[in-house]
Design a protein around this ligand. Structure first.
Ligand code: HEC
Length: 107
């Protein structure tokens, strides 16, 4: 490996690390957009293709509305139906932040 290739590899590693760190600090909105929006939709209405296929309930469904913040955090941590558990992928704070963002869609 010549030195140009080596420094490119190093640069890529640094960029990947910076990216991972940025994600760890990112807001609930950013986490939601990256991890949840595909199924729950940009406005929580679950009207994306995957949301429909998976029969994800829209945020204004009475069943969803009656859930407390703590119950939602629990569901996201441990999974629900076809939704995977997120406890190994996201920190508690990240799950809380994304759930809080999801809850802003409840009118
Ligand atoms: C692969 C698709 C998918 C992804 C990605 C996903 N969910 Fe879900 N989610 C579901 C499904 C399916 C359910 C259960 C069906 C239902 O009742 O809506 C559900 C249920 C929920 C519920 C319970 C309320 C409800 O809608 O029934 C909450 C809260 C929730 N998800 C939050 C999240 C959060 C926060 C994320 C991101 C960290 C996330 N979900 C990512 C598919 C997904």
């Amino acid at each position: 490996m010549n030195s140009t290739v080596r420094s490119n590899v190093l640069l890529a590693a640094v960029a990947a690390l910076a990216c991972a760190m940025g994600f760890a600090q990112s807001s609930g909105e950013a986490i939601y957009k990256q991890k949840c929006q595909n199924c729950h939709g940009p406005d929580g209405m679950a009207n994306s293709g995957i949301g429909k296929v998976m029969k994800v309930k829209p945020v204004n469904d009475p069943e969803v509305k009656k859930l407390t913040e703590a119950e939602m955090i629990d569901l996201a941590r441990n999974g629900m139906g076809k939704m995977q558990p997120y406890k190994d992928e996201l920190s508690g704070a990240q799950i809380k932040a994304s759930v809080d963002y999801f809850r802003t869609f409840i009118k």
